[in-house]
Design a binder for this molecule. Sequence first.
Ligand SMILES: Nc1nc2c(ncn2[C@@H]2O[C@H](COP(=O)(O)OP(=O)(O)OP(=O)(O)O)[C@@H](O)[C@H]2O)c(=O)[nH]1
Ligand SMILES: [K+]
Ligand SMILES: [Mg+2]
Length: 426
Amino acid sequence: MSDDTIFALSSGAPPAAIGVIRISGSGAGDAGRALAGDLPEPRRAAVRSLRNSEGELLDEALVLWFPGPGSATGEDLLEFHCHGGRAIVAAVKRTLASRVGLREAEPGEFTRRAFANGRIDLAEAEGLADLLEAETELQRASALAMAGGTLSRQANLWREELLALSAIVEASLDFSDEDDVDELPPSFTSRLREFSGEVAQWLSRPTAERLKDGYRIVLAGPPNAGKSSLFNALTESQGAIISPHAGTTRDLIERSVAISGVPLTFVDTAGLREEGAEEIEAIGIARARDALETADCVLWLGEEGQGPPQAWEIETKVDLPDRPGKASAVSRVSAETGSGIGELVEKLVRTARDAMPRPGETALNRRQRRLVSELGIALAGAGRVSDPLLVAERLRTGRLALDALVGRTSTEDMLDGLFGRFCIGK
Ligand SMILES: Nc1nc2c(ncn2[C@@H]2O[C@H](COP(=O)(O)OP(=O)(O)OP(=O)(O)O)[C@@H](O)[C@H]2O)c(=O)[nH]1
Ligand SMILES: [K+]
Ligand SMILES: [Mg+2]
């Protein structure tokens, strides 16, 4: 990592009411003094006149000074809260860039420094990134829990439990030259089992990707079944072309919407038919079949029982008098009159919500999930062997997974923790 002092506009693109420019690094204080004359007391906002190196007034701004290491990045950190006009923000940035040792920050560089300086761990950093990308309420709540350290705290509890279990194993190793003491106590086995159960419970939760990508609902059925009409009604859009011509839709049409804070992605597809499709439509049908594979839920508008397993039978065009009914219909709708659409949306939202992480519940992303499952495998492994040396080895594997989870690289403090728990007269 470079020791440059970095700066960036940390608020939204100008023009805006205010423009927050942050400067982090050893040169932040000098840069602040150069532009603002002097710095306010740490952590107190004060108004200052910002000037360039020629002494020309750039703006009247609020200045905040956070000396390191107790700052967000762990370094000296300065904030200018300027007026958010384009020219003002550009002039302040230009003045900063002209100073030796200062440069514009790379994407994510403030957070990266916060991590490097131990102000946040990896899981929190990941949560923060998700938080900034969150588009729906559910995403926001879950990311906030992650950024707030829910997983990190859990990882630390798991870590302590691993160390405690390791201490028990170590103790049994110490006495193993005496007779019959290389057996692990029954309490060890029950603690290990409880621990495994807790890890399994985390792994059984819906993943963060589900939250990010949205719950995928694919509309499928034969040509002219009314898929595109229903798609438009569900997404309240005119995204798909509707016509009485069979084979109108060829490509997949996707639209993501958030309903009651739940991210849903609707996918309209080409009508499925075995024969009579011309070349382009045939490609569309192949794509439709692929879409069915990745669907979280299929709305089947075709003949009853002819859809993929688990698909929701949808009876559509209910405004027409002589249509074939569906005994097992989950929903009866008309895209024409709008009847039944609201109820179908409600059902979908309920189902999707159940498949998503609970509000405020920390959802593991792919990386975190892989490491937590490595921990789970290590615990299961420890439960299957009786040789204390092998048990100790499995527990160590679990610790490595946890360290990777929070981005800890050294194992030094792990050993400190382990021996710090040793209170059996050693
Ligand atoms: N009366 C009535 N007509 C409907 C309804 N839904 C669709 N239609 C009509 O059915 C025809 C086909 O509708 P589409 O939505 O294009 O059907 P599709 O399944 O997307 O067709 P393809 O894309 O060709 O596979 C159109 O003429 C629509 O106006 C409905 O609820 N009521
Ligand atoms: K059609
Ligand atoms: Mg269509």
